[in-house]
Design a protein around this ligand. Sequence first.
Ligand code: PAF
Length: 286
Amino acid sequence: MEVIQKAARMRAVTAGLRAEGKSIGFVPTMGHLHEGHLSLVRHSLERSDETVVSVFVNPAQFGEGEDFEEYPRDILRDTDLLVKEGVQHIFYPTPEEMYPPGFRTYVEPEEISRVLEGAVRPGHFRGVCTVVLKLLNIVRPHLAVFGWKDAQQAAVIEQMVRDLDVPVEVLRAPTVREADGLAMSSRNTFLEPEDRKAAAVIYKALRAGRDLYVDGERDAAEIRRKVQDLLEAEERVREVDYVATVDPHTFQDVLKIKEGPVVLATALRIGKTRLIDNVVLEAGKD
Ligand code: PAF
C-alpha cells in the first residue's frame, strides 16, 4: 500500500494499472474515516481490482464561517483503517498540490446546486464538483463510489459526469447508521453527549414520514409536516434548515408523490453541529 502525495505519481500508478487491464475503483473522502466511509470502500473493493481512496479536506467547498479549520484530520488513523480493509492506494495531496498558485478554473453546476444544501451553503457544490472532477482526472477510475447520505452531492456529481462526459460509473452506496439510527458522519464527533442522544430524533422523524407514505399518504406536505413537528418537538434541535421531498436526480420539489422514488431529506442544527440525513420513499419498499 502506498500513500501518494503527488498528482503526477498518482496518475502514473493508475495508468500502469490500466495498462495491465485492471479495473480501478475510487472513493473520495475528506478523511476522519468511519464505518460509513469503510462501507463505500468495501463496495469499491468488491467491484474493482484495485481501489484508490483520496483523503483531502477540500477548502473550496467550505464557506466563510464554516468548519474548515476545525474539520477533524488524522491521516495515520485513516491509513491504518484503510490498510486493514485491503485498500491498495491512498491519495493524500496537499492543498498546494490541488490548488497551486494561479489556479483559476471552477466547475459551476446549475439549478440542482442552488436548492437545499446549495441554498444554505452557497458555493459548496462548486467546490465539491471542482475537486471531484480534478480527482477523477488524476485517478482516472472506472468506478467512483459516493454515499446516499449526501444524496444531493451524489446527484450533483452524476449530473456533472453526464454533462461533461466524464468516463466513470458513479455508484451510490446505502447510508450506514449507528444503533439508534443516526447516520454516520465525521461531524457526529462535534456533538456534546446530550446532543448526541437527541440526534437520534433525525432518523426517527424521517422514519415516521416514511411510515405515513407506506400507510398510503401521498400528499408530500403532510409527510413533511409530520417530520418537521417531530424534529421541532426535540428541544435540542436548534434550527431546522429544511424538510424537503425532492426528486432523487434533479432535487426539484415533489408535491404529490406517486410511485416514487422521492427523497425525504432534512438538515438541521443540534448544538453547534449541522447534520443532514434522508430516506427514500418508494412504492413496495419500506
Ligand atoms: O463527501 C465528501 O467527503 C466530500 O464532499 C468529497 C466528495 C470527498 C469532496 O471533497
